[in-house]
Ligand binder design. Structure first.
Ligand code: HEM
Length: 389
């Protein structure tokens, strides 16, 4: 405590040093000062993170890049992520059906087909080496989510750049305005085309409900693209990095449905691709983890730390494909829990099993520590991932 009895806060910039210091904190929830100078609460315990994301006293804050007052025709992105009940349910409910476990299971053969097509592309690269992101880890999930939505392939490269822009952190409001406009304009063009000639995807279904104005529909579709493929790209490359050092896990992936899904679940826990966690705002005064959180305070549910909580399993810092399934926080909790989690699981199981089934000796061409990481975006992974086989 300083002279004015304000508790001192720890500086926290998500650097390796700060992350490794987390394990020595005695508190599960602690106030930190971010590089921007903003003071926020950071929750590292699994139970605290679960409570923050499930308890209606914490709202899905409108800040930092979004403002309150969502009128029907406002040109914004994030209605789904940045609304609380009951508005949140209005946007989420029509999507739940399409992302249900049963509907996703029906997509499995098509996901496998796309996966094999991209593996053919990989196999044709010279000298038995290629960038795994360019040939496989990006195009597979990108093609899957574009097809699910019914977006024609001509739009693929435009969205690729736009989505990268939307996921970048620390943009000025001007920069963010430009990319939000580009995203909405591009998606509104897609919707217009689909109105003229339906493509048989989710956008057809949503248009048919008549529930949403075009700009709202565009916002929802862009949100699905934001969550829908770079998460898988990041998970696949990080998983290959881990699996190249772990032959037991690699064998398990090919040993049948049960072992393969258990291995993917452990990879999801160990990797935590939503690398900076997720934000909430306290809607009232709350006591949590021995701390007094005031109304309006911002709280970060720090998923990477929750996934390494020693209360979850022995040696949570190790990836162990032989342990019994461990709970994890990677898909979040509560009303905003990941809409695409069943899709993510199927894609990861299919992609990793097919990849190592066809290229059993595939490995990173360089030490992974030397490869550039995606530190500027919400979703982790690598910028490039050269492999050889
Ligand atoms: C390994 C892959 C993935 C991980 C780790 C992941 C993680 C997450 C997390 C942590 C949240 C909660 C955000 C919050 O509480 O604020 C979330 C929400 C969401 N995810 Fe995923 N996700 C993945 C894949 C996907 C895929 C494939 C889709 C497909 C469209 C998707 C779509 C969404 C959507 C739309 C939301 C917002 C849900 C809402 O606010 O109601 N995600 N995801």
């Amino acid at each position: 405590m300083n002279a004015s009895t304000q508790p001192e806060t720890t500086s926290f910039d998500f650097s390796e040093k700060c992350l490794s210091a987390l394990t020595s904190w005695s508190e599960q929830v602690k106030q930190v000062t971010l590089a921007t100078g903003e003071k926020v609460w950071l929750a590292k315990g699994y139970e605290e993170v679960r409570l923050i994301l499930s308890d209606a006293r914490f709202g899905a804050g409108d800040e930092p890049i979004h403002r309150p007052s969502w009128s029907e025709d406002e040109r914004k992105i994030g209605r789904l992520l940045h609304n609380d009940a009951p508005e949140h349910g209005w946007y989420r409910q029509p999507l739940n059906k399409v992302f249900s476990a049963r509907r996703i299971q029906r997509l499995e053969p098509r996901i496998r087909e796309i996966t094999r097509e991209q593996l053919d592309v990989l196999s044709k690269r010279q000298n038995r080496s290629a960038d795994l992101i360019e040939t496989f880890a990006l195009p597979v999930p990108e093609r899957v989510i574009h097809e699910m939505l019914g977006i024609l392939p001509v739009f693929r490269s435009q969205f690729r750049e736009i989505i990268e822009g939307l996921l970048r952190r620390g943009q000025t409001s001007e920069e963010s305005r430009v990319v939000v406009d580009q995203a909405l304009d591009c998606m509104c063009r897609v919707i217009e085309e689909i109105r003229r000639a339906p493509t048989g995807g989710l956008l057809d279904e949503l248009i048919a409900t008549g529930q949403f104005a075009d700009v709202v529909l565009a916002d929802l579709a862009v949100t699905l693209l934001m969550g829908g493929y770079l998460t898988i790209t990041g998970m696949v490359t990080e998983s290959v990095a881990v699996l190249s050092q772990n032959s037991v896990a690699r064998r398990n992936l090919l040993a049948g449905a049960l072992q393969s899904s258990e291995t993917v679940e452990e990879l999801l826990r160990y990797i935590t691709v939503i690398q900076y966690g997720v934000d909430r705002v306290a809607r009232e005064h709350i006591r949590l983890g021995g701390q007094e959180i005031k109304e309006g305070d911002r709280v970060i549910a720090f998923l990477p730390a929750a996934n390494r909580d020693p209360a979850l399993c022995p040696h949570p810092e190790e990836m162990d494909a032989t342990r019994r399934r461990v709970r994890h926080a990677s898909f979040g909790f509560g009303p905003h829990q990941c809409l695409g989690q069943q899709l993510a699981r199927v894609e990861l199981e299919v992609m990793l099993a097919e990849l190592f089934g066809r290229f059993p000796h595939l490995r990173p061409a360089r030490t992974c520590e030397a490869l550039p990481r995606r530190i500027e975006t919400v979703i982790g992974g690598f910028d490039r991932f050269p492999v050889t086989w």
